[in-house]
Write a protein that binds this ligand. Structure first.
Ligand code: GUN
Length: 279
């Protein structure tokens, strides 16, 4: 029976630490401000944005939100970003993804000043991460490092397998694990013998986007399993990319869905906002 890594509790702990830091900054006259932009009325995105605003309120970050219609043009969105880039009360700018199809995400993300890129999605941030320079880290992979570390597991010298190669999770995850001196393999949809590759892992990070895809036969006895997926099954129950009940017996530790990686993403966004204000 494995240990369940309580992401909700670890995220709460991080938010508590940040709350104290924000209060101290406030005494020095430094405020922390986040601008959140949502385009369109995607239900899941609205929930995420609301959760981010609630976390800001808790930590003491001033959040301003811009809820724009789905017909907003790319030019209008870029003009808003330009205005926020020049607004000194705004330390961080977050554009919730996905954007409507007529707007180019890459153009929008790179229009955000890299000094305010609290999502860590800007190519400047990605480049800094790759070469080991200080910069904003993408929230989900940064949160996963915190989950592993704060649960008392070491990464150094360990076999780490990341399944998934997205710009937001898989690729930065691999670089962060490498930075922690892990031995890193990135597997993906074209990987041959995925079971064999995955079962080498002491630390297995799964971001494949398929519900309950990873079963016990992909997992080494005693591995730490981190599940990035989130899916709503018929009947409304949530599940991850990992078949939790099947894998739980074999892993040393596993993140649940919900309550694992998800809360950490928001906690790390708060951390990036505080970092942006300090700079
Ligand atoms: N859509 C899904 N996850 C994220 C995230 O972490 N940041 C932004 N901006 N959009 C998202």
């Amino acid at each position: 029976m494995s240990r369940i890594i309580d992401g909700k509790a670890i995220a709460a702990q991080i938010k508590e630490e940040l709350k104290e830091e924000v209060a101290l900054l406030g005494k020095d006259g430094v405020t922390v401000g986040l601008a959140v932009i949502l385009v369109g009325d995607d239900a899941a995105s609205s929930i995420y944005v609301n959760n981010k605003k609630k976390a800001c309120e808790y930590v003491g970050i001033r959040s301003v939100s811009y809820e724009l219609s789905k017909d907003t043009s790319q030019e209008e969105l870029l003009a808003l970003i330009d205005r926020l880039n020049h607004d000194d009360t705004v330390n961080g700018i977050l554009v919730q993804l996905p954007l409507p199809a007529h707007i180019d995400e890459e153009t929008v993300i790179t229009a955000i000043s890299s000094d305010k890129d609290v999502d860590g999605f800007h190519t400047e941030s990605a480049g800094r991460l790759l070469v080991g320079k200080k910069g904003f880290l993408p929230c989900t992979p940064a949160g996963i490092i915190q989950l592993i570390r704060r649960s008392g597991f070491t990464i150094e010298g360990k076999e780490c397998v990341v399944i998934g190669r997205s710009n937001i999770v898989g690729k930065p995850m691999a670089v962060l694990l490498l930075r922690e001196n892990g031995t890193v393999t990135v597997a993906h949809s074209k990987t041959e013998n995925l079971k064999e590759v995955a079962s080498r892992a002491d630390i297995l990070v799964v971001a494949v986007g398929k519900p309950k895809f990873i079963t016990a036969d992909y997992v080494k006895e005693g591995a730490v399993v981190i599940d990035v997926g989130i899916h709503r099954l018929e009947g409304k129950k949530l599940c991850g990319d990992v078949d939790f009940d099947d894998v739980q017996e074999k892993a040393a530790a596993i993140t649940p869905v919900p309550g694992g990686v998800g809360p950490m993403t928001i906690a790390m966004l708060m951390a990036n906002c505080v970092e942006a204000a300090k700079r």
